[in-house]
Design a protein around this ligand. Structure first.
Ligand SMILES: Cc1cc2nc3c(=O)[nH]c(=O)nc-3n(C[C@H](O)[C@H](O)[C@H](O)COP(=O)(O)O)c2cc1C
Length: 372
């Protein structure tokens, strides 16, 4: 069996992380991933929608709200905490290990602070939670301002980075595992694109902290490749999204299954560049990016104070269309790995298939290539 330092550090069976993905909940998905022996991650960005008044009565948002909540009401903060408890209950029999993901971009730091407070609270309230909600994954921002809050909590801290510079900064911040996320990935990608095949070994060479690869992983072969490049495991978003248990809408899964490796498009999203399924909405957003936020394609970041409001309005429109299952108009984050995804398996089947394939490849390599 393939087992790495990541497994020992987090207490998981396999060196696989199910990526945090918003705005849909990943409550069911996180439980299924944890039960299958991977690290399940509860995404928290969607809970911010529950701050809107009467969200459960809004026909556009009711589907999203249904995936996030248990329908018993309360503040968004209470509902989020109850979601953590539901995942804990759903993983009790298998003793699954899980964590939460929050973006620490300047635009989202208020929300991130609340999310981290909730995680610390539930762990303090409940010894079983402390035992199994072990991880926080931060992303899309500078880790250094978060050291004083996260390090004393006892959580294992994973931080997502797009460059060697961000990786060395994460090491300084005291991050336990660095997730090197390349440009192939679904959702947020970097202003200055570097692809996983270069990024991952560059970061492994630059830091002493264990490194996980992300962006483009979806098979046993790519897990074996990541291990060969020096990673202790992989994080997968798009591949886990396209499973039976995933809380994402069917149209999102269908686009990924039908798409080829050329069917994604990078355009301006809420916290910078995002990789989307290439449909009508993503092409329109890319055209708007070219005319209103061209710095994105030149590696020049802008921020919420300078980005054209039309771009943000278009993204909101795209998510509203997703919540209403309007395929051509929906904005759906997804990675290039969509090109090798052609099924919607259960999470358990997927994890076992990936681990079996990776092990066969790792065992078979010397026999295939080494000539003494
Ligand atoms: C639908 C979707 C939503 C995502 N949402 C988030 C998010 O809210 N926060 C975040 O840090 N990363 C987000 N990501 C990025 C993933 O955490 C992960 O790094 C990425 O999916 C890895 O690339 P892959 O899709 O090729 O596996 C999202 C990705 C997808 C596909």
């Amino acid at each position: 069996m393939i087992n790495t330092e990541l497994c020992d550090m987090l207490g998981i069976k396999y060196p696989l992380i199910q990526a945090g993905m918003g705005p849909y909940s990943t409550n069911r998905l996180a439980a299924a991933a944890a039960n299958a022996g991977a690290l399940g991650i509860i995404s928290t960005s969607g809970f911010s929608y529950l701050r809107r008044p009467n969200v459960e009565k809004d026909p556009g948002l009711s589907d999203l709200a249904r995936t996030l909540t248990d329908g018993k009401g309360g503040t968004w903060y209470e509902q989020m905490k109850r979601a953590f408890y539901r995942v804990k209950d759903a993983t009790r029999d298998a003793g699954g290990i899980f964590g939460i993901n929050t973006m620490v971009a300047a635009e989202m730091s208020g929300l991130a602070r609340e999310v981290i407070r909730a995680v610390i609270e539930v762990r303090d309230e409940d010894p079983e939670m402390k035992e199994r909600l072990r991880v926080i994954v931060t992303s899309a921002g500078d880790p250094l301002p978060w050291t004083d809050i996260i390090k004393p909590s006892g959580l294992k801290w994973l931080h997502v980075v797009p460059s060697v510079r961000h990786a060395t900064r994460s090491e300084r911040a005291g991050v336990d595992v660095i997730i090197a996320s390349g440009q192939e990935g679904g959702g947020h990608v970097a202003w200055e694109p570097v692809h996983t095949i270069v990024l991952l070994p560059a970061i492994v060479a630059a830091v002493d902290t264990p490194v996980v690869g992300a962006g483009g992983f979806g098979s046993g072969a790519s897990l074996a490749a990541a291990l060969a490049l020096g990673a202790v495991g992989v994080q997968m978003g798009t591949r886990f999204l396209t499973t039976k248990e995933s809380d994402f809408p069917e149209i999102h899964k269908d686009y990924i299954v039908r798409g080829s490796e050329r069917d994604t498009q990078v355009a301006r999203g809420f916290v910078g560049p995002l990789r989307w399924v290439k449909n009508e909405a993503a092409i329109e957003l890319a055209q708007l990016t070219v005319s209103k936020a061209p710095g994105l394609y030149l590696g020049q970041p802008d921020d919420m104070s300078t980005v054209a409001p039309e771009v943000m309005a278009k993204e909101n429109e795209g998510f509203d269309a997703l919540f209403r299952s309007n395929g051509p108009k929906a904005l759906m984050p997804a990675g290039e790995v969509a090109g090798i995804i052609d099924d919607i398996p259960s999470v358990g089947e997927l994890v076992e298939k990936i681990m079996k394939e990776a092990e066969e490849i790792v065992r078979g390599l010397p026999a295939s290539f080494i000539r003494d």
